[in-house]
Design a binder for this molecule. Sequence first.
Ligand code: NAP
Length: 247
Amino acid sequence: MDAPARVALITGASRGIGKAIATRLAAQGRHVVLVARSEGPLNDLKHLIEQAGGKATARACDIADPKAFAALVDDVATTLGRLDILVNNAGITKDGLLLRMSDEDWNTVLQTNLTSAFVAVRAAARAMMKNRFGRIVNIGSTSGLVGNAGQANYAAAKSALVGFSKTVARELGSKGVTCNVVAPGYVETDMTAVLPDDIKSKIQDMIAVRRLGTPDDIAAAVAYVTSDEAGYLTGQVLTVDGGMTMA
Ligand code: NAP
């Protein structure tokens, strides 16, 4: 009998990088659980994956609501009987220079980009430890590694994900659970669509491979880090930025 499909929960799966990750993991035979606030795009992706012969479940949720998000993670592990892979990808920006940044913009970005990862990992850890297998990936950013003017809130959250992930890696490693950060540079999604063309062209000049990344570039890295064979890779930051920072 075939082994049951590994269950992978991906947040921010309605578009951009999360959608590419979900599509890729589904093509690898994972049962993907698609999470974002907007139900329509999640259901569209679920149908696409099923048409291609994959398995998907769509669950609308605001990950910035800790009670609702923790309950969702618990419910997925119970209903599907396992939770093998967790990709904390959903994220937002609320950019502004430090002197003008409001408490609200600071708190909203920290809650969505950092606290949600803590909430999800805490809720998922029990099921992963029970099965003695888990792959956790937190999507960081080069902003969290080298800083970025106008992104004090975002850079702080993404940087904190690194310390958080290394600690989770140390706490859960002996139980077969790995935890890593995949840190993209600039990737062509709705998040970067707001950048003016002249800024994009300046950014491109700083990138060794001379192009912005695609969501698939990031999905390929996540596919490896979450694979069964990546069990000896933990507590690491995999920077996927076309050679922009080489930190
Ligand atoms: P995006 O195109 O703006 O998509 C963001 C995703 O997160 C959407 O699916 C959105 O869905 C979901 N989301 C946002 N807030 C949410 C909430 N409160 N609850 C549930 N879902 C929520 O962003 P992206 O460019 O793909 O970025 C994905 C990740 O990569 C983020 O963590 C981002 O910080 C990181 N990253 C991106 C870049 C880049 O250049 N694009 C670079 C470095 C790092 P709904 O709106 O439907 O909720």
